[in-house]
Design a protein around this ligand. Structure first.
Ligand code: EPU
Length: 420
């Protein structure tokens, strides 16, 4: 579906099950490069980025089969993997950079084109390169590609300038087969990073400090890891999307599988906005009635408010009472959806990396374009409380990261249909 019509929908009610996380599964898939044999992942979301990563791994010699009915992915590594990643897939997803560390660890060399992904402005990879260079990799980078060689990676003491998710993952993966011990400081602590580390440990890697900012990896011999079955961690951003939809429509939704322990700052912020948040062992129930209140929010690395929640929070702020300021600290260019929300009548002014949001009484339907995955989902949420019809194009972005967003919202009472 390229274009949809979202109608103003009454309070959403019911229960929705959270799928596995895109930003985890794509990296877990790359884990299959480490060991010959059959790797199994469960709780795999049915999203186009999984298919793109499957095709990238296919070109490196991994046989990938997805079973949508059971949400299982089977990856068979028959040995003899390649180290040249083809441009077509690399250019379309950011997570393609995640083959860098594993291929260096397993093959001692890698060549890939510069990775793509959502356009939030410049997305450098200097920290990946600095960390891997400290371990002995030699890089030859050009504007359009990266080439690296390292016959023997060695353990190193590395401090990241910033807790980058991708750099942490690549350095941890490279360290799995490095000689000696690697200590990575100021590491990213996101649950998806921890999920990758846990998979590697299940496969036979030695990693301590998982989920903390100091991760210590003791290298083990190439060929000593073995395939495993692993369940992908649930997606905190998809979970947040259903919470935001419930909140703006004044609904009552049980988000089954949402991990409150992974979403603490987000839950605190929506609670400050007036949403009732009821965590349990099964998930998180959110209920809202009356108008939301505005708050100030800033995005930060985990456990701060993730930048990926931001378009959802700004949508909530756009209809909340009063004024709120959203400060983006990760991607200064990640405000492209503001223009689209403004077409729906939102009153938002951006100033550098701040967005000043004056809540309005009512959004009104208009034609808008989804600029990226999270912004697209946020526009769908906005459409649920806009008067009239909101026509959204660019849905292919949303399909990269959301497993049946429209069906799941529909089951909660949202009125969404294909655009004529
Ligand atoms: N950065 C550098 N140099 C580097 C690496 C990162 O300057 O070598 C900067 C980035 O430009 C950015 C900040 O550091 O300003 C954070 O980047 P990070 O490396 O943490 O992000 P990433 O690994 O490229 C992942 C997610 C993003 C998510 C960010 C932050 C995947 C595939 N992508 O990107 O997810 O926004 O972490 O949490 O895991 C999304 O799912 O929609 C998405 C964009």
């Amino acid at each position: 579906m390229d274009r949809i019509v979202v109608h103003r929908s009454g309070p959403l009610h019911g229960e929705v099950v959270v799928p596995g996380a895109k930003n985890s599964v794509l990296k877990l898939m790359v884990g299959s490069l480490f060991a010959a044999g059959e790797h199994r992942l469960s709780n795999v979301p049915d999203i186009s980025d999984v298919r793109t990563m499957g095709s990238l791994l296919g070109s490196l010699g991994i046989d990938v089969t997805y079973r949508p009915e059971s949400h299982e992915l089977i990856l068979v590594n028959s040995g003899g993997i390649g180290s040249n990643a083809p441009s077509e897939q690399v250019e379309s997803i950011r997570a393609s950079i995640n083959v860098l560390g594993p291929l260096l660890a397993c093959c001692g060399r890698v060549r890939l084109d510069m990775p793509g992904g959502d356009d939030f402005g410049s997305r450098p990879i200097d920290m990946h390169i600095a960390g891997l260079s400290a371990m002995g990799a030699e890089f030859d980078t050009a504007v359009d590609h990266i080439e690296a060689v390292a016959e023997h990676l060695r353990g190193a003491d590395i401090t990241l300038d910033f807790p980058s998710v991708g750099a942490t993952e690549n350095i941890v993966c490279a360290a799995v087969h490095a000689d000696g011990v690697t200590t990575l400081r100021n590491a990213a602590r996101e649950p998806e990073v921890a999920d990758l580390c846990e998979l590697l440990v299940e496969m036979g890697a030695r990693i301590d400090g998982i989920g903390s900012s100091v991760v210590v990896i003791e290298g083990v011999a190439r060929g000593s890891l073995h395939p495993v079955s692993h369940a992908v961690v649930n997606d905190r951003i998809q979970a947040a999307t259903y919470m935001a939809a419930a909140a703006v429509t004044g609904g009552d939704v049980m988000v089954r599988g949402a991990r409150a322990d992974h979403m603490q700052m987000f839950l605190r912020k929506i609670s400050d906005m007036g949403v009732d948040v009821i965590p349990s062992s099964d998930g998180v129930r959110v209920t809202a009635s009356g108008r939301l209140r505005n708050v100030d929010v800033q995005t930060l690395p985990y456990p701060g408010v993730a930048t990926d929640y931001k378009p959802l929070l700004v949508t909530m702020m756009a209809v909340a009472e009063g004024v709120g300021v959203m400060t983006e600290n990760l991607y200064p260019g990640r405000f492209r959806y503001v223009e689209e929300l403004s077409k729906l009548g939102a009153d938002i002014r951006t100033d550098g990396h701040h967005a000043i949001v004056h809540g309005v009484d009512q959004l009104r339907g208009a034609a808008v374009v989804a600029p990226d995955i999270r912004a697209g989902a946020a526009l769908v949420v906005a459409g649920l409380v806009a008067d009239g019809r909101t026509i959204i194009s660019g849905l292919e972005h949303v399909e990269r990261g959301y497993d049946d967003l429209l069906g799941r919202l529909g089951a909660l009472g949202a009125h969404i249909e294909p655009a004529p």
